[in-house]
Design a protein around this ligand. Structure first.
Ligand SMILES: [Zn+2]
Length: 390
């Protein structure tokens, strides 16, 4: 087994936590990824990797670093995001302190720990690893916590041949050192009911758009019941629907002429965005046939597809073998409910797996990573690279 310096993983993680990189699309005026990208790029360049910095939007740089092999081997992609969610309510968001075997701070587990693990694995391979034949491309990306602009740019580069097409990809989000093989998707939708404004004393003239939206909400409750008791996906369970935001009306003594509902539909395969859009259109259609004054329109505003790994793919099998080789325990598989950038890599036709360390407090007031798992994770990454690219 290749010796990977776990202390290096910890000190790099502490450095990364101490560089704020809150996503400015989530928290206006936040730093974004410029400074943390500079740190990662400098370090990897210093270790001899070919490093390219790619602007995905103004002051939102991706870092693309290549560890070059001798030729003739398979190309492996590692993908992880540099941005974090906000720090409101956190006592010590940027301390990076180690306490009781854990490193604390925003991004510790989501997901600066994983970035540090890829870097420590890289250093281990440079210092003492076997000669690799294939190239390893590390992509440290922007904006996963908002619109995934960073990984979208990487996937576009691969589709259009500006980056070599990898034979496998590891999305390094935390999985508790298990093999991540799937996650749910989501679709954002909007419904607008149209009423008729009139004086509150004139029910003969007014049409109440808000009570009409009430009918839509009742139907969404019924849809949720049908989803709960419907067909289950073997790994990901069932889809779901919830109302997110509602807005309507102008003042007390008037019939409201419109009401807008924004809702989210979480999806599992084989559910599609088109199918989900139809589901809502049918609800609107049925309500309008029952009541001639009911008028509404619906539309899709954002689509993020569910994703499932091919369990027979080389990258899934290699990741399981690497976890077993490093830990001495059989590798477990897992899925996540939340959507991840792995779907974008999968949709670009790259066999993908998710694998990262153990920790807790993603998006919460206290976030931490287990230091022992950070070192193990770095060893697992080094092992995956050796098995896949030798
Ligand atoms: Zn994340």
């Amino acid at each position: 087994m290749l010796a990977v310096d776990s202390r290096l993983a910890t000190t790099v993680l502490q450095d990364l936590i101490r560089i704020p990189s809150v996503n400015p699309d989530l928290v206006s005026g936040a730093e974004g990824e410029t400074q943390i990208a500079g740190y990662i790029a400098d370090k990897l360049r210093g270790w001899g990797l070919a490093v390219q910095v790619q602007e995905t939007a103004e002051r939102r740089p991706n870092v693309i670093a290549t560890l070059k092999g001798s030729g003739g081997g398979r190309t492996l992609l590692f993908n992880g995001h540099m941005d974090t969610v906000g720090v409101e309510g956190m006592a010590e968001p940027y301390s990076g302190k180690v306490r009781d075997g854990r490193v604390y701070g925003r991004g510790a587990i989501d997901m600066k720990g994983s970035l540090a693990a890829t870097m420590a694995a890289t250093k281990g391979l440079i210092d003492g690893g076997p000669t690799l034949r294939g190239n390893v491309i590390f992509t440290y990306v922007t904006d996963e916590e908002y619109a995934s602009v960073g990984t979208t740019a990487i996937a576009d580069d691969i589709r259009q041949g500006r980056l070599p097409r990898p034979d496998g990809a590891v999305n390094t989000e935390a999985t508790g050192l298990r093999v991540g093989v799937g996650h749910k998707g989501f679709v954002w939708l909007e419904v607008v009911t149209e009423g008729k404004a009139a004086h509150g004393s004139r029910p003969d003239l007014g049409v109440d758009a808000i009570t009409h939206m009430g009918k839509v909400l009742v139907e969404l409750g019924r849809l949720q019941e049908r989803l709960t008791t419907g067909d289950r996906h073997p790994l990901l369970g069932v889809g779901s629907v919830h109302a997110s935001l509602v807005d309507g009306g102008r003042e007390m003594s008037s019939y409201p002429d419109h009401c807008t509902l924004k809702l989210e539909r979480r999806t599992v395969p084989p559910e599609t965005a088109d199918g989900v859009a139809d589901e809502l259109k049918q609800i609107v259609f049925r309500l309008s046939t029952e009541d001639p004054t009911f008028r509404a329109r619906s539309r899709v505003t954002l689509v993020r597809n569910p994703w499932q790994a091919d369990p027979r793919s080389e990258i899934v099998r290699t990741t399981a073998a690497a976890i077993e080789a490093v830990t001495g325990e059989p590798a477990e598989t897992m899925t996540t409910t939340g959507w991840l950038d792995s779907a974008l890599l999968g949709e670009a036709g790259i066999p993908t797996v998710i694998c990262g360390p153990c920790g807790e407090g993603l998006h919460a007031a206290v976030e931490s990573i287990d230091v022992a798992s950070l070192g193990t994770c770095a060893e697992v990454y080094a092992e995956i690279i050796q098995q896949f690219c030798s």
